[in-house]
Write a protein that binds this ligand. Structure first.
Ligand code: AMP
Ligand code: MG
Length: 708
């Protein structure tokens, strides 16, 4: 199929644009677009043009529509004595009027159809104010001897979807009404291009134009992810575009044929949702690398008049302001350590793939054994991992089997080698043994096609073992977040390689922050050091905006005279200086520079580290697609005294002593870099006042829990 179009239909009685109106997504030549049509007549014109264009170009088109193309078996025969589904299209075309301003008579036609049946149905549901004789408002008891759902809808329900019955004409997502004002347009299209259009699965999909029924919710998870990237997109537009792209992806890869295989005996009678049961393939066919939108410039704004923000409130605001900013790519498992999954992953193979032996021993059929001493003659050869036993083990015989070997035909139970003795050419052991003893069932660990890891998971070494075991060679991941790090201050010297004058100090923050970014799995981007000169800082920030997805600065973040970072960001109009009730820490500066978020950390290395761990880490994680992170912490007895005042949350440099109690660094001075290195983590003291003495329980957050 050269082109794929996906139509999201509407039964609106008035012209309508935007949400819940008609959307047409068209994918061709790797491009995709969505059109919005106010009326069905306008949408028909667009379809007509698309088909004419396709045929003129000598190309083919797959047209997916999101309403049912058929009805439960028996409807056509009872209505007009004809079982052929396309005969129903003709009936609809003869009955339905659908004017250029979207006014239609579908409920009258439904009532008329109901008249052909005893009882109240099958059609029901009336969105209009006026009552229509013959159209019940509520679902009738018995749907006139017809099934409520088609076979495909029952299959869809089993797959976790929630299709509505085609008899239901009112309520949210009612496909029934859409089909009634849709089939007659498709019938018209079919006749306009007679001989060139096939309707699957009623006809062979061999014509240049093939119409199928689709269910855009198959890709809901991916649509939701894309919407999370950009909440301003219209869901309907995204749905039709993504489904068109996925179908075109399959077509390009030559993988559409399985979707056209007859899915069910009822399909040629009732129709079938195209792609049902193939949603993993469809999702895998979605193109990677769609670039998410940038953050809004005012995303960090604090409400007027907010003075001191408690830590938890600041974290909540930060969480609300950010979303993933990197695109996606495909990455082989061997290089995927630390990367963040951009889609849910499903097993391509069960684990274990086949039933196998859990121990070294002897395998046999349980049915031939009983209580008391058992003596089973051994067959020649053995079953080992990677060396399957080729024959069948006869009932009453046993085979030597090693851990991991596939159970040979005729074997369902294994006895542990240590529990046996060999007697010439036979194995001897005490019965009874449990059926299936010492074996592993196929898929007992991971069933076929089971979800294994969710979108947003950061891949650790054990995750790679799992992915590999279930046959996943490459994964869709977010592109690695690039984290720019800039130090500022006239007193700072870039590198200990350079001589320092007495008033100068070496840059402690930059190596620390670059290393943090790296240990969190991101790509560190060294933006160097800038003196307190606005034009130099501006130039480095420009470089950062070009080379990084987010920038950490340190120093110059308060309101003092020399604090050029704040001054500069304020001048660019997007600065928010958050006065967070936190010690150590000064205002946390949050800003956007050319569309890139900037986090201005304090200059003091202790405060810089605490702010980077408490605010920077979860923020980067969200930007990277891995979601918000909560640092790990646990309660331990204190091994120190402190009378903490109310009003600010405090983080103390701490480590556990031999008794598992937290001791803290002797000085709380935020210039004491040695204490950072002395510590193994932080003790978090609550916002409220607290008197701490030895044995008071305090929350210890190990560095390891911050991923360092
Ligand atoms: P500032 O935030 O610029 O007012 O700096 C606060 C304190 O942190 C000052 O004593 C600075 O000298 C110190 N400082 C700033 N940046 C760094 C750095 N990169 N490495 C070590 N100390 C720094
Ligand atoms: Mg400074």
């Amino acid at each position: 199929m050269d082109r794929v179009a996906v139509l999201d239909w509407s039964s609106s009685g008035v012209p309508k644009l935007g949400k819940d109106s008609i959307w047409l997504g068209v994918a061709q030549n790797g491009q995709v677009q969505a059109e919005n049509h106010a009326t069905r007549a306008a949408a028909y014109d667009a379809l007509h043009r698309l088909v004419a264009d396709t045929l003129a170009a000598g190309e083919t088109l797959l047209l997916g529509v999101d309403f049912s193309l058929g009805y439960p078996q028996g409807f056509g025969r009872a209505l007009m004595g004809d079982d052929r589904p396309l005969a129903l299209w003709g009936w609809m075309a003869a009955q339905i009027t659908d004017s250029p301003n979207n006014a239609h008579n579908l409920r009258m036609v439904a009532a008329q159809a109901n008249a052909a049946f005893a009882g109240d149905g099958p059609f029901w549901g009336n969105g209009a104010k006026a009552d229509i004789p013959g159209l019940p408002r509520k679902k009738p008891q018995l749907i006139a001897g017809l099934a409520e759902f088609r076979a495909t809808e029952i299959a869809a329900q089993k797959a976790g979807l929630r299709p509505k019955s085609c008899w239901q004409l009112a309520g949210a997502g009612t496909v029934g009404a859409q089909a009634m004002v849709g089939l007659h347009w498709l019938e018209k299209l079919r006749h306009a291009f007679a001989g060139q259009v096939a309707v699957w699965p009623f006809e062979q999909a061999t014509a240049p134009i093939v119409i199928v029924e689709v269910y855009p919710a198959l890709l809901d998870q991916d649509v939701a992810a894309a919407l999370a990237h950009n909440p301003s997109l219209v869901r309907d537009a995204l749905q039709v575009q993504m489904l068109a792209q996925a179908l075109q992806g399959l077509a390009k890869a030559g993988q559409l044929a399985p979707l056209f295989a007859q899915p069910h005996p009822m399909a040629p009678v009732e129709g079938w949702i195209f792609g049902l049961g193939h949603h993993i393939a469809l999702r895998a066919a979605l193109p990677a690398g769609v670039l998410p939108p940038r953050l809004r410039d005012d995303c960090f704004a604090m409400p007027q008049g907010v003075n001191w923000v408690p830590v938890d409130q600041a974290l909540a605001r930060l969480r609300g302001a950010l979303h993933p900013v990197t695109g996606t790519e495909t990455c082989p498992i061997a290089r995927a350590h630390g990367r963040v999954l951009a889609q849910d992953c499903f097993a391509r193979r069960p684990n274990p793939p086949m039933p196998n032996a859990a121990v070294d021993g002897y395998g046999f059929a349980h049915a031939a054994t009983g209580a008391g001493p058992q003596r089973l003659p051994l067959v020649a050869g053995r079953a080992a991992a990677g060396q399957p036993y080729p024959g069948v083990v006869p009932l009453g015989a046993a085979v030597r089997i090693l851990t991991g070997a596939i159970l040979p035909a005729g074997v369902d139970t294994v006895v542990l080698e240590e529990d046996t003795a060999l007697d010439g050419a036979a194995v001897v052991f005490d019965g009874p043994v449990k059926p299936g003893a010492n074996t592993r069932k196929a898929g007992e660990d991971v069933p076929a096609a089971a979800p294994v890891l969710p979108m947003g998971a950061r891949l650790r070494a054990p995750d790679l073992a799992l992915l590999s075991a279930v046959g996943i060679a490459q994964v869709p991941v977010y592109r690695r977040l690039r984290v720019g790090v800039l130090s500022t201050g006239d007193e700072i010297i870039s590198s200990p390689n350079q001589p320092a004058l007495p008033h100068q100090i070496y840059d402690a923050n930059r190596p620390m922050l670059l290393a943090l970014a790296e240990s969190w799995g991101y790509q560190p981007v060294d933006l160097g050091h800038a003196p307190d000169q606005p034009q130099v800082i501006a130039q480095r920030l420009n470089q950062g905006a070009a080379e990084a997805d987010v920038i950490f600065t340190s120093g110059g973040a308060s309101a003092g005279d020399e604090d050029h970072v704040s001054a500069l960001l304020r001048a660019s109009g997007t600065l928010s200086s958050w006065r967070i009730a936190l010690k150590p820490g000064r205002p946390l500066v949050l800003a956007m520079w050319q569309g890139v978020p900037v986090m201005g950390l304090p200059g003091n290395p202790v405060a810089a580290l605490v702010c980077a761990l408490i605010f920077g880490r979860p923020a980067l994680s969200l930007l990277a697609g891995a979601g918000w992170t909560q640092p790990q912490g646990f309660w331990v007895p204190a091994a120190f005294h402190k009378a903490k005042k109310p009003g600010r949350r405090e983080y103390l440099r701490a480590r556990l002593n031999a008794d598992g109690a937290a001791e803290v660094f002797q000085s709380e001075g935020s210039g004491r870099i040695s204490g950072l290195s002395w510590a193994d983590g932080l003790v978090e003291l609550p916002d409220a006042a607290i008197d701490i003495g030895p044995g008071t329980m305090v929350r210890f957050m190990p560095y390891a829990g911050f991923g360092i």
